[in-house]
Design a protein around this ligand. Structure first.
Ligand code: SDX
Length: 431
């Protein structure tokens, strides 16, 4: 028997099948199970896909035990310190760090696509004044299909690249429009003279009535947060983008499906849920009561911002964000923010509690990010929009990789059927 295979034997029938092992650059090798059903007549069962690889990918690697995150091989700590969000977007899309000339050209391309069709503004008038910004973002991103569907040939690499540039460029403009609808102020157009994060801040906070100065601390912190959210291998929203993309739908519709999946509080909606949890806890004296709730199996309450399907160590992004959080709040003279103190104490108490230690539940990317967004003046219900904005280059890069992967087919999982056995219809007058 070859060392490059695993043998599976069905004890009931005595039949065996040798399954090939496929090895990657880093991380666990995989057992190629594509022939199991044909050879043994069984489906495999893995709810939540805890140990199932849905694809092969060159983009991002996570080692959950070591707390490692690499974008195209580069450690997140180095990118967060030395790179920029647009440079990381280029890296995720094209696979290597750009030369200065390539970065200039990419930045120019993105800058020249920041405007949206003027009629897109009217979409926001249809939303009630208190519409959740993720509802607006998901709807309007999907509506981009209406403007570009006929010009998209997903089999043409240039068309795919243009879609990628358009979506990365237009997300801040759509986010800004959603924000202005939320606060009842006039929309602000993108300014090509500004950096990507500065443009976003300007579209969020500038008003016709006064001059708006970009705060460099906010600009740098926002750029780093976008880097930290840019990709994360096959998480729920990225898997949603891939599954939608596998049907051949246009990339704007696929990215909109990713926005919808990200919104959930178990996923990208957690950053909003963390702030609401801190508001509910209110004071450090209430922490033990909420830790007990989080541990109580009969209580649906979970410590938001804690735990992760893959990281069974500190989320490396949380480590970076925690440091940035202290820096930003210091720089903005908000170091004594009671919610920051509460978050720090909550983390300390949780990490001393056996329940969290035994289950390897550590703070994740969402635990501290909301505190920075709040310090930058962003309302809680807008946090997940910024997560979606950061994740966009990851989503579109993973979509491009899917379309270009000749192994990929339409995604169509099977199931373990546990419903009623076959039975005949009973006429109404006999029931
Ligand atoms: C993101 O996948 C990604 O990469 C996602 C993400 C990305 O960048 O795309 O990293 C972004 O989504 C981060 C996660 C944000 N979500 C939250 O912070 C919500 C709170 N966390 C939990 O809901 C939970 O930890 C998940 C959803 C993140 C992970 O859930 P799993 O992997 O399905 O873990 P589980 O539910 O099986 O939990 C294992 C045990 C259970 O207890 P037991 O049954 O063993 O007794 O840990 C407990 C859970 O009850 N548990 C928690 C907990 N998280 C897990 N208990 C209390 N509080 C928590 N937060």
């Amino acid at each position: 028997m070859s060392k490059d295979t695993v043998t599976v034997t069905d004890n009931a029938s005595g039949k065996s099948v040798e399954l090939p092992i496929r090895t990657g650059t880093h991380g666990p090798a995989t057992i190629d199970i594509q022939s199991v059903y044909k050879e043994l007549g069984y489906f495999t069962y893995d709810p939540g896909f805890t140990s199932t690889a849905s694809c092969r990918s060159d983009i991002t690697f996570i080692d959950g035990d070591q707390g490692i995150l690499l974008y195209r091989g580069y450690p997140i700590e180095q990118l967060a310190e030395k790179s920029s969000f647009l440079e990381v977007s280029y890296l995720l899309m094209y696979g290597d760090l750009p030369t200065p000339k390539e970065l200039d050209a990419f930045t120019t391309n993105i800058t020249n696509h920041t405007m949206v069709n003027e009629s897109l503004k009217d979409f926001f008038d249809g939303f009630h004044y208190n519409a959740h910004p993720m509802a607006m973002l998901t709807a309007v991103v999907s509506s981009l299909s209406a403007f570009y569907h006929d010009s998209i040939d997903i089999n043409d690499p240039d068309s795919r690249e243009l879609c990628a540039h358009r979506i990365i460029a237009k997300m801040p403009t759509i986010a800004g429009a959603a924000f202005k609808h939320l606060v009842g102020e006039p929309f602000v157009y993108p300014q090509n003279r500004l950096s990507y994060p500065a443009n976003l801040l300007n579209m969020l906070f500038s008003r016709p009535s006064e001059k708006y100065e970009i705060n460099p601390v906010a600009e740098k912190a926002l750029d780093q947060l976008l880097i930290l959210h840019a990709d994360h291998e096959q998480n729920a929203s990225t898997s949603t983008v891939r599954l939608a993309g596998s049907t051949g739908t246009n990339p704007f519709a696929a990215i909109a499906s990713g926005c919808a999946a990200l919104w959930g509080p178990a996923h990208g909606g957690a950053n909003e849920a963390v702030l609401r949890m801190l508001e509910e806890i209110g004071d450090v004296s209430n922490v033990p009561q909420y830790i007990a709730k989080a541990k109580d199996k009969d209580d649906p309450f979970r410590l938001m911002g804690f735990g992760h399907r893959v990281y069974k160590n500190y989320d490396p992004r949380a480590t970076i964000i925690r440091e940035t959080c202290h820096e930003v709040l210091d720089a903005l003279n908000m170091a004594n923010d009671p919610q920051l103190e509460l978050a720090v104490r909550l983390e300390e108490i949780a990490l001393q509690d056996d329940y969290f230690v035994e289950r390897k539940l550590y703070p994740n990317v969402d635990f501290y990010s909301g505190l920075i967004y709040k310090a930058l003046g962003i309302p809680t219900q807008f946090f997940t929009v910024l997560f979606a904005l950061g994740r966009t280059p990851g989503w579109i890069s993973q979509w491009m990789e899917l379309v270009e992967d000749n192994e990929q087919r339409i995604g169509r999982p099977r199931q373990l059927y546990t419903g009623a056995a076959k039975r005949d219809y009973i006429p109404l007058d006999q029931r």
